[in-house]
Design a protein around this ligand. Structure first.
Ligand code: IMP
Ligand code: MG
Length: 173
């Protein structure tokens, strides 16, 4: 696609998702609840669920929707919950899954919301991590790929709602 440089091909993503699933299946109890952050994590969660099955986990799948980035490349900094936190999380081990950790605000906000639900344990996972961009201190427990400070799209990740459908992850140039 014009103006996009491939950063991770579909095959590279698939291999990394499988490896992450193996690591998580070894670490978490088999019956955890995977909570994805919409919309960005939708493609990752769908592939991840099937990779986790191959690795021996039996996750339930839930989603939380946070306020979006809007059409800008920079976050407004204010994160809001759109809709409800899924019911029935009390006492459960939870894996919070996002597409990218950038400033860290979304992950910290979502984790705080989940902790208020008396879950038994919380782990966090992000397919991509941009550690240089962090504004609040947070380190995901599981990371697919650490990347430089570049703006990426594809595999669920958008720029102004475009490019989520791409099977690969590209850098907008
Ligand atoms: P944070 O709250 O600043 O950590 O931002 C996390 C969210 O911002 C991610 O879940 C993405 O939805 C979005 N985001 C961060 N970096 C990028 C990017 O490079 N491309 C597209 N969306 C991004
Ligand atoms: Mg997101």
């Amino acid at each position: 696609m014009d103006g996009l440089r491939v950063l991770f091909s579909a095959a590279e993503i698939a291999a990394r998702v499988d490896a992450l699933a193996t690591e998580i299946a070894r670490t978490l109890p088999a019956d955890f609840v995977m909570v994805g952050l919409l919309k960005g994590a939708c493609v990752f969660v769908a592939d991840f669920a099937r990779a986790l099955d191959r690795a021996g986990s039996r996750p339930e799948i839930e989603f939380i929707r946070l306020s979006s980035y809007g059409s800008a490349k920079e976050s407004s900094g204010a994160v809001q919950l759109l809709g409800d936190i899924p019911a029935g999380l009390a006492g459960r081990p939870v894996l919070l899954v996002d597409d990218i950790v950038d400033t860290g605000r979304s992950l910290v906000f979502a984790a705080a919301q989940l902790r208020q639900r008396d879950i038994s344990n919380l782990w966090t996972c992000a397919l991509l991590d941009k550690p240089q961009r962090r504004e609040v201190e947070v380190t995901p427990d599981f990371v697919g790929f650490a990347i430089e400070d570049v703006f990426v799209v594809g595999y669920g990740i958008d720029y102004a709602e475009k490019y989520r459908h791409l099977p690969y992850i590209g850098v907008v140039e």
